[in-house]
Write a protein that binds this ligand. Structure first.
Ligand SMILES: [Zn+2]
Length: 343
């Protein structure tokens, strides 16, 4: 299995994070991808840098004005007096305002408009990392199109990013970009199976009205956990996409038995959909050793999830999402990929 990774992804070094009213160090740190990369080396997997960003592939999923903001916003920010090191919004439009307003022209207005929360700070090195992460997802989709499976060590992650809004450590939705790429390259029916402990709200939003892309997500109950507002079982898609959205929320604290059963239900949905190609949004924050501590899955649980997903025998782009305990990320990736490969 090929791995797509570019060391330029380490240039994104977010600092700001808000936890229950307290400013804390951001935990989406470069040590995360370094740990995952070390695991890929330990497994002897070939590691390649992806090519330059295919902007058309990104804009097949994202609003071009949003992409331009992510690319150019920091230069405008640097021209502000008395600014912080990172762009963090202090105002977001309420849903009522979105009915009447247009994207603002001032960088601070744009920052609030194009971000859903303050967990996606933008610094000097953020765009180049975003670009390489998205390129890796596209390269993994292309490798899957060629008949294999590949792993995009995508960082920053992506599944909380909507068509025109960043959020929750995510900027461009790498998994959604990979899924759309698979469609463009001939897969008639594509599924995204998201096993990060957080609901993939951005991916759900992007494919909400699409009948050709199934989104299935196994996650902690949003009644007590990010992203708070969506991720409930009754959300099933709309229009042509009605029935092509499956949320499998789990009670906080759920361990291997309940989590693996939910992943297997997601796998069954992928099978029933008549899926031609698969994207896996692979997060490790369901781990029992995770600082976010929502679910309680062991290494064996991740190995079983890998085996269940690998058993589909589909062309698969595995795209990295969250997971924040740097000490366990490597072993969890090895167990998942080993299970996936049937070894
Ligand atoms: Zn997560």
């Amino acid at each position: 299995m090929k791995v797509f990774w570019d060391p330029i992804q380490l240039r994104h070094t977010p600092k700001f994070f808000l936890v229950r009213g307290q400013v804390r160090p951001n935990f989406e740190v470069p040590a995360r991808p370094e740990a995952l990369l070390a695991a890929c080396h330990a497994m002897g997997l070939p590691i390649e840098p992806p090519g330059p960003l295919d902007l058309a592939a990104v804009e097949a999923v994202h609003d071009p004005a949003f992409v331009a903001f992510l690319r150019d916003g920091y230069a405008a920010w640097e021209s502000l007096p008395d600014r912080g090191e990172e762009m963090v919004a202090n105002a977001h439009p309420a849903p009522e305002a979105l009915l009447h307003a247009a994207p603002p022209s001032h960088v601070i207005g744009k920052l609030g408009w194009y971000t859903a929360d303050c967990a996606c700070p933008i610094g000097k090195g953020t765009w180049v990392a975003i670009e390489a992460a998205a390129s890796g997802a596209i390269a993994a989709a292309d490798a899957a199109t060629a008949g294999g499976s590949a792993y995009a060590l995508a960082r920053p992650p992506g599944h909380h990013a909507y068509r025109a809004r960043a959020g929750g450590h995510c900027y461009l939705n790498n998994a959604a970009i990979a899924a759309e790429r698979l469609r463009a390259r001939g897969a008639a029916r594509v599924a995204v199976l998201d096993i990060d402990s957080h609901h993939g709200n951005g991916t759900q939003g992007i494919f909400w009205e699409r009948g050709d892309v199934l989104f299935a997500s196994v996650h902690g109950d949003p009644g007590g956990y990010y992203p708070w507002f969506v991720g409930h079982a009754h959300e099933r898609g709309a229009g042509a996409g009605e029935g092509a959205n499956l949320n499998l929320p789990l009670a906080l604290g759920t361990g291997d038995a309940g989590w693996v059963a939910a992943v297997e239900a997601g796998v069954q949905a992928v099978r029933s959909f008549g899926t031609d190609a698969l994207v896996v949004s692979l997060g490790f924050d369901a781990s029992k050793d995770e600082p976010l501590n929502a679910l309680s899955v062991t290494e064996d649980g991740f190995a079983r999830a890998g085996a269940a997903i690998g058993g589909l025998r589909l062309p698969t782009a595995i795209v990295q999402e969250g997971g924040y305990n740097v000490d366990v990320l490597g072993p969890l990736l090895i167990r998942f990929l080993t299970g996936f490969g049937g070894r």
